[in-house]
Design a protein around this ligand. Sequence first.
Ligand code: ATP
Length: 310
Amino acid sequence: MSCFHLENVSYRYEKRPVLQGIDLRLEPGEILGLFGHNGAGKTTTIKLILGLMQPDGGALSVLGGQAGDPQITRHLGYLPENVMFYPQLTGREILSHFARLKGASVRQVPALLERVGLGDAMEARTKTYSKGMRQRLGLAQALLGQPKLLMLDEPTVGLDPVATADLYRLLRDLRDMGTGIVLCSHVLPGVEPYIDRAAILTDGALQAVGDLAALRRQANMPVTLFLDPVRSTAALEAVIDQGARGQGLLTRADNGRLRVEIKAGDKMAMLEAVLGSGEVADISIHQPSLEDIYVHFIGTGGLAHRGGSQ
Ligand SMILES: Nc1ncnc2c1ncn2[C@@H]1O[C@H](COP(=O)(O)OP(=O)(O)OP(=O)(O)O)[C@@H](O)[C@H]1O
């Protein structure tokens, strides 16, 4: 049973379409990164899955049932982008309150607070919490009742690098125990090793979905080779020109190294030609990163998207 399945889903606020033809599925034990610029439609997608709104078109199922059904909702965990808590209550009191609202056992509260690193602060009022501590409390709230589907909106905002790494480790553990996780963000650096698949959303439409290898294929971006010559960059360049067989590669000498951009499918043939020549002392290969791919799909309109159409 999928954690959720959106088929050709669309949604409009008043008359303005904000999601169009969204096909997206999440399986248990998988972390999906949902990436997009401000206003791309990430939060709207999550709200539909939570059942807070109904799609205007298409079909949506959540944990095999209907979004918004209380029997389904109790198995969902959600960390909103901006978490606010009653300042006069302690972390333990707040989490206990949310546990009662969710119909989850209050007995799990201390262990959950320990798990998110708030064990020592659980009896302190949240007005004394730092932003990162409030974010951790929000995460504990999302983890109440061992959700089968966990959705996190910008979960690393306010976390320092150590806390961010802790969060990703925790998400991995949950994933390994079978939880389906959606991680919404526009902060891409560092997230790549922790997600199984990424979905890239712009202006309410999915541009690409898949694991990193699939996204690289879809983006069809060049691979960059950095080559250190044995004798001279000119001699090495001649080898590359020959290996390229007139394909006109983008080659640039940089600090005594050659930088070559080549289609992914031509990479191995070029490497063989270069290695066989005896002209290369060292090679490093740069594959497009998730960030490169994101920028590719967001396109040159990336800056124009900042702030969305809000
Ligand atoms: N309540 C609302 N009424 C009208 N339009 C809305 C409402 N909420 C969101 N929108 C619009 O819907 C579009 C998608 O918004 P959404 O919040 O889903 O984007 P997002 O990808 O989560 O953005 P961000 O990264 O800034 O949180 C935006 O253009 C936004 O202005």
